[in-house]
Design a protein around this ligand. Sequence first.
Ligand SMILES: Cc1cc2nc3c(=O)[nH]c(=O)nc-3n(C[C@H](O)[C@H](O)[C@H](O)COP(=O)(O)O)c2cc1C
Length: 123
Amino acid sequence: MNGDCIFKDDMPNILDYIEEADMIVFATPIYYFGFSAQIKSAIDRFYSRNGRIQSKHLKSVFIATAWNDDEVVMSGIKKHIDILIDYLNLDNQGMILAKGYGYPGASTEKYYKEEAYHLGKRV
Ligand SMILES: Cc1cc2nc3c(=O)[nH]c(=O)nc-3n(C[C@H](O)[C@H](O)[C@H](O)COP(=O)(O)O)c2cc1C
């Protein structure tokens, strides 16, 4: 924690951008009721900068999409996001938890796009 990451790849460059940013937007499909492994592995790499990220009180937005349309589908990730916001001391600007995308045309019929648009305008 709070030192150079031992993995020498491109992620430290991305973490530099995150430290300079005013806001971070997390966007993921729902995979087995949680984050996709790709975004989770990026979040895991925050570990070397935890203290610096926490001290910035970065604005954040979370966007997730799911195939299913039932109540339970977002319940796990919602809890996880809440804990992450608290732990990383993020300044939550909003979440779009878009469910029911399991058929062609869903993205034009559903109202989540408008929700995302208004959230984007607001921040
Ligand atoms: C490995 C995998 C796991 C998934 N798990 C879920 C799930 O638990 N619940 C759900 O509603 N959708 C699940 N999905 C569907 C994705 O959430 C859905 O495909 C995505 O939100 C829409 O993005 P797409 O149009 O790129 O597929 C899963 C998809 C994959 C590939």
